[in-house]
Design a protein around this ligand. Structure first.
Ligand SMILES: CC(C)(COP(=O)(O)OP(=O)(O)OC[C@H]1O[C@@H](n2cnc3c(N)ncnc32)[C@H](O)[C@@H]1OP(=O)(O)O)[C@@H](O)C(=O)NCCC(=O)NCCS
Length: 176
């Protein structure tokens, strides 16, 4: 996929192992601002196949985003980030579109996100979650068995409250 914005071209592709250091560089300042949660490097390698990368015409990594499957019908968009030099030029839009297409392709029907970027996600069809009703009690208790921080954030567990403070929980149907 190629997108053109302000005469600048970028492409969206699957992540490679060599991208991990660049993903970390994109996340680090945002983690410092508590906008995203930084992970151990090994976690980025382990989750590499979830990632899509935006790269500029010179092959520089200018954005990233991941889709993490939580349940048969449910996944989370996480670690969506655009390089500061590229903000407002469609990079986040292109990455999110690709992640939503990935979700639909693998059979996920609903995509969750936890974010400060409420307007951005609203413009991409997400709505603010009113309650925990996105999963039934049986699935909720199964999800409680997960060791994943993002799942704990989705469940709004007390131990991850410092990560989720001020964030908005949003969801969208990808079949619509
Ligand atoms: C959220 C984030 C990824 C958006 O990235 P971005 O590349 O700036 O986003 P876009 O350029 O696609 O869209 C931003 C705005 O630019 C405008 N825009 C400019 N050119 C555009 C284009 N070619 N295509 C689409 N939108 C464009 C849009 O109007 C859009 O407005 P909106 O935010 O009100 O919808 C980025 O702000 C970011 O890194 N935030 C910090 C991390 C974060 O909070 N991630 C989300 C939780 S995982």
């Amino acid at each position: 996929m190629t997108a053109t914005a302000q005469k600048a071209t970028f492409t969206i592709r699957r992540a490679r192992t060599s991208d991990v250091r660049h993903i970390r560089d994109l996340v680090a300042p945002l983690a410092e601002e508590r906008v995203l949660v930084a992970k151990e490097t090994v976690a980025y390698y382990e989750g590499l196949q979830e990632f899509r990368i935006a790269e500029d015409a010179d092959g520089r990594v200018i954005g990233c985003g991941a889709l993490h499957v939580m349940w048969e019908d449910l996944a989370e968009v996480r670690t969506l980030a655009a390089h500061p030099d590229w903000k407002g030029r469609g990079v986040g839009h292109a990455l999110l579109d690709q992640l939503l297409a990935d979700a639909a392709e693998i059979g996920v029907s609903r995509v969750f996100c936890l974010t400060f970027e409420v307007d951005f996600f609203k413009r991409h069809g997400f709505t603010v979650m009113e309650s925990q009703s996105a999963v039934d009690p049986e699935v909720y208790s199964e999800l409680l068995r997960s060791h994943d921080e993002g799942v704990a954030e989705f469940l709004d567990l007390a131990r991850v409250k410092p990560n989720t403070l001020g964030n908005t929980r949003m969801i969208r149907d990808v079949r619509a």
